[in-house]
Design a protein. Structure first.
Length: 531
C-alpha cells in the first residue's frame, strides 16, 4: 500500500540523500513521542509531555550562523550582520554531513511557514532527533493530510546535532554551525541540540524573501479583538521582553506569539505553535500557557523536575534561565483558527530596560516609531543566547537583528509605509526594571503592564493626560486607572533622583552613538525624532 504521508516522487533519495537507515515521513505526535522515548532522547512527563535536555547549547548560537556568499545574494545581504561562508565550504559541509548521516535513522516533516497561502514557504525539515521533529511539527503549520502526497519543498533544513563541523574545512567558527544557502535552498544545522535554531532559521528565510514582495516580516506576537479581525495589535520584541505573555490575553484572540507578516491583505502568522519561556511561569498569572506544561505532546526543554513525581520546578534555573515549552496553537483556547487578520491598529514595541530609565508605556509619533524600531533597544535576558548569564543592555535593530539578513533600513522603510497607509498608533512599552537598574530595582509589575496595554488597545489611553518625557521626547500618560501614578514617572521610583538623571544621560548617549549608523540612511523627520 502506498504511503500517503509523503510524495512518492519527493523522498530523500530524490533529494540526493542516499544510504540512510530508516526514514520516517510526517509521523504524528504519538509516533514521534514513542520514537523519542525508544531512542532515549528524553522522558515522558506529566500528562504526556516530553521532558528533554538540549545539552551544552541551551540557547541560540548567533555567532555560528552563516549565509553562503553567492552572486544572487551578494548585493542584498547585510554582511556586517551576517557572517559569510564560501560556496565550496558549504558543499564540503553538506557532503561530510551526508556521509555522517549514512545508515542512521531520520525523521522528516513537510510543513508550511505562513498562514497566508499567497506568501507561505513550503519547508521540509530532516531531523536526527525525533523530538526535534515533534518540536518543528508544533511550531510550523501542518498541511492537511491530503496535501502530503503532492508536497514538494521550497526549502530543506537538515538538522544533525551529532555532527561536528571542522572550521578549517567548512569555513565556520566552531564545531557548531547554522549555514544558509539561498542558491541551493538549503539550511544545515550541526552540533546543537537547541530546537529553537530550527524555527529561527525559517524566520530568517522569510525575513529575506518577503520584503521583495512588499511584505513586512515582523519579530512580533499578535492578537485581535473578539469578533473583530480588524482590531489587531502586534507586539515587537526580542526573546524575554514579553511577546508571548502579553499577546496571550484571554480577552483577545491570539494570532501568534513570535513571527508574523504584514501584507496588503493584513496580518498573518508564520507559525502554527508557540515556544514560551517557563521561568517563573504560574497558573495564576498565565493559566493557559501553564496548562500546556501538562498537555500531551508539549515539549518541555531544560526544566528541572522531580525524578519521582515528575513535577516541574518553574523557579529552578540551574540548567538555564531559557527553559521553554513548545506546543501547537490549538492548545490555547482563544487562538485564531486561521492565523489571519486585518492590518494592525496598534503597534507595541516591547523593550526590557535594564537601566531602569524608561517609563512603562509611551506614545510614539510615526517618526519616533521608526527611530525606536531601528534602534531596537532592549536587554538580552539570560539563556536566550549562549553565554548570556545576566541581562545585558543591547541595541538589536528591528527588535530582531540576529534574524535580519537584509539591511535594517529596508525593514524600517517597509514599516513606515505600512504605518502611513494604516494609520496605526504606536506605543513603546518597557517590561524591564523600575526603581533602579538591574540588581537594584525590580522588574516592572506585569499587572501594571497589562492594565496599560488594555487601556491602549481599547482606546481609553488616548484620552488620558500626557506629559512629554524630558529624556526621549515621547508622550507618557500622567495617570491611568489601576496603575500607580509614581510608576508612570520613572524618576520618582528611584530613591536618588540625581542617580536617575545620571543613568538617563548614560542611556541617551548609548542611543545617540548607536543611531549614528543610520543618520545618512533615514529621512530628516526621523533624524528630528532622534534624541
Amino acid at each position: 500500500m502506498a504511503d500517503t504521508r509523503v510524495n512518492p516522487a519527493f523522498r530523500l533519495e530524490d533529494q540526493g540523500l542516499h544510504g540512510l537507515g530508516a526514514v520516517h515521513y510526517n509521523l504524528l505526535e504519538p509516533a514521534l513521542m514513542e520514537a523519542a522515548i525508544r531512542r532515549a532522547e528524553g522522558h515522558l512527563g506529566l500528562g504526556g509531555t516530553f521532558l528533554v535536555s538540549t545539552g551544552a547549547k541551551t540557547g541560540r548560537s548567533p555567532k555560528d550562523k552563516f549565509v553562503v556568499r553567492t552572486a544572487s545574494v551578494e548585493d542584498s545581504i547585510w554582511w556586517d550582520n551576517n557572517a559569510a561562508m564560501e560556496p565550496a565550504a558549504f558543499d564540503r559541509l553538506y557532503q561530510d554531513m551526508a556521509a555522517h548521516m549514512q545508515g542512521k535513522e531520520y525523521f522528516v516533516q513537510d510543513l508550511y511557514a505562513g498562514a497566508d497561502s499567497d506568501q507561505r514557504l513550503d519547508v521540509r525539515v530532516i531531523s536526527e532527533l525525533a523530538w526535534h521533529n515533534l518540536f518543528i511539527r508544533h511550531l510550523l503549520r501542518r498541511p492537511d493530510p491530503s496535501e502530503l502526497a503532492s508536497f514538494t519543498a521550497d526549502w530543506t533544513i537538515i538538522n544533525c546535532p551529532s555532527f561536528k563541523a571542522d572550521p578549517a574545512r567548512h569555513g565556520c567558527r566552531s564545531a557548531t554551525v547554522i549555514a544558509m544557502n539561498f542558491d541551493r535552498k538549503m539550511i544545515l544545522i550541526a552540533n546543537t541540540g537547541y530546537a529553537g535554531e530550527n524555527k529561527k532559521a525559517v524566520f530568517t528565510l522569510l525575513n529575506y524573501i518577503l520584503p521583495e514582495r512588499g511584505v513586512m516580516p515582523m519579530h512580533c506576537s499578535a492578537n485581535h479583538a473578539p469578533g473583530d479581525t480588524d482590531d489587531v495589535a502586534v507586539f515587537f520584541g526580542l526573546s524575554g521582553t514579553g511577546k508571548t505573555t502579553l499577546s496571550a490575553d484571554p480577552s483577545r484572540v491570539l494570532i501568534g506569539d513570535d513571527e508574523h507578516g504584514w501584507s496588503d491583505k493584513g496580518t498573518f502568522n508564520f507559525e502554527g505553535g508557540c515556544y514560551a519561556k517557563t521561568i517563573n511561569l504560574s497558573a495564576e498569572a498565565e493559566p493557559q500557557i501553564h496548562a500546556t506544561t501538562t498537555r500531551f505532546g508539549t515539549v518541555i526543554e531544560n526544566m528541572v523536575y522531580d525524578l519521582v513525581t515528575l513535577e516541574l520546578d518553574f523557579e529552578d534555573s540551574s540548567i538555564t534561565e531559557n527553559m521553554r515549552c513548545a506546543y501547537p496553537l490549538e492548545a490555547i483556547s482563544n487562538a485564531s483558527a486561521t492565523g489571519l487578520a486585518g492590518e494592525p491598529k496598534n503597534i507595541i514595541m516591547l523593550t526590557s530596560d535594564a537601566y531602569g530609565v524608561m517609563p512603562p508605556i509611551a506614545r510614539l509619533t510615526p517618526q519616533q516609531a521608526m527611530y525606536h524600531f531601528l534602534s531596537g533597544f532592549t536587554s538580552k535576558t539570560p539563556g536566550t543566547e549562549d553565554g548570556v548569564m545576566e541581562p545585558q543592555p543591547t541595541f538589536s535593530t528591528c527588535f530582531g537583528a540576529p534574524f535580519m539578513p537584509r539591511r535594517p533600513e529596508e525593514y524600517g522603510r517597509l514599516l513606515a509605509e505600512r504605518i502611513g497607509k494604516s494609520g496605526a498608533t504606536c506605543w513603546l512599552v518597557n517590561t524591564g526594571w523600575t526603581g533602579g537598574p538591574f540588581g537594584t530595582g525590580k522588574r516592572m509589575p506585569i499587572k501594571a503592564t497589562r492594565a496599560l496595554l488594555t487601556a491602549a488597545l481599547d482606546g481609553s489611553l488616548n484620552n488620558a493626560e500626557f506629559r512629554t518625557d524630558p529624556n526621549f521626547g515621547f508622550e507618557v500618560p500622567v495617570s491611568v486607572p489601576g496603575v500607580d501614578d509614581t510608576l508612570l514617572d520613572p524618576r520618582q521610583t528611584w530613591a536618588d533622583g540625581a542617580a536617575y538623571d545620571a543613568q538617563a544621560e548614560k542611556l541617551k548617549s548609548m542611543f545617540r552613538e548607536n543611531f549614528e549608523q543610520y543618520l545618512d540612511k533615514v529621512d530628516e523627520d526621523v533624524k528630528a525624532a532622534a534624541i
